[in-house]
Design a protein around this ligand. Structure first.
Ligand SMILES: [Zn+2]
Length: 149
C-alpha cells in the first residue's frame, strides 16, 4: 500500500510539473518489480502532438528502456482516469495493473464513455484500481482550469 502511494505521489509530481509548463496537469508512472522504469507528464502543447498524453509518453519511454513493445508485469499509475486512446495503449502494452487517481466522467474511457477494457474487441484487460490520491489529483486539474478562465 505504501509503495502504491509513493508511485502515485510521483505521478502527482509529474502532473504538477506538467501544469507548470502550461500543460493539462496529468502525470503517469510505470513501475516494474517495485521500481520506477518511466514517468511522464502531458506534453501535447510542447510537442504539438494530441497523442502526447502522460500515459502514452510513459509507455513509450518504458518500452524504449526495455527494448520491448510490451510491458508484461508492469503497473501504470496515472493521476486521472485514462481516456479511450490511453486505455487502448495500456491494453496493447499488456500492462498488468492500472492505478488511477480521479475519475473523469467527461473524458475517461475506462469507467466512463467507451469503457475500452469492457469491449469484446479488447484483448488484454489490466486489473484496474481507482481512487488513489483522487482529491489531490482532481484539485490540481480544477485549479489549472480555474486559472485559465
Ligand atoms: Zn489519454
Amino acid at each position: 500500500m505504501a509503495e502504491r502511494l509513493d508511485f502515485m505521489a510521483l505521478a502527482l509530481a509529474e502532473a504538477e510539473s506538467a501544469g507548470a509548463r502550461g500543460e493539462v496537469p496529468i502525470g503517469a508512472v510505470i513501475a516494474l518489480d517495485g521500481a520506477v522504469i518511466a514517468s511522464a507528464g502531458n506534453r501535447t502543447r510542447e510537442l504539438n502532438d494530441p497523442t502526447a498524453h502522460a500515459e502514452v509518453l510513459a509507455i513509450r519511454a518504458a518500452c524504449e528502456r526495455l527494448g520491448s513493445e510490451r510491458l508484461p508485469g508492469a503497473h501504470l499509475y496515472v493521476t486521472l482516469e485514462p481516456c479511450a486512446m490511453c486505455a487502448a495503449a495500456i491494453s496493447f502494452a499488456r500492462v498488468e495493473r492500472l492505478y488511477y487517481g480521479a475519475a473523469d466522467p467527461k473524458g475517461g474511457g475506462v469507467d466512463h464513455g467507451g469503457r475500452f477494457f469492457d469491449q469484446p474487441t479488447c484483448h488484454h484487460r489490466p486489473d484496474v484500481y481507482s481512487g488513489f490520491s483522487e482529491t489531490r489529483a482532481a484539485a490540481l486539474l480544477k485549479d489549472f482550469f480555474n486559472e485559465r478562465r
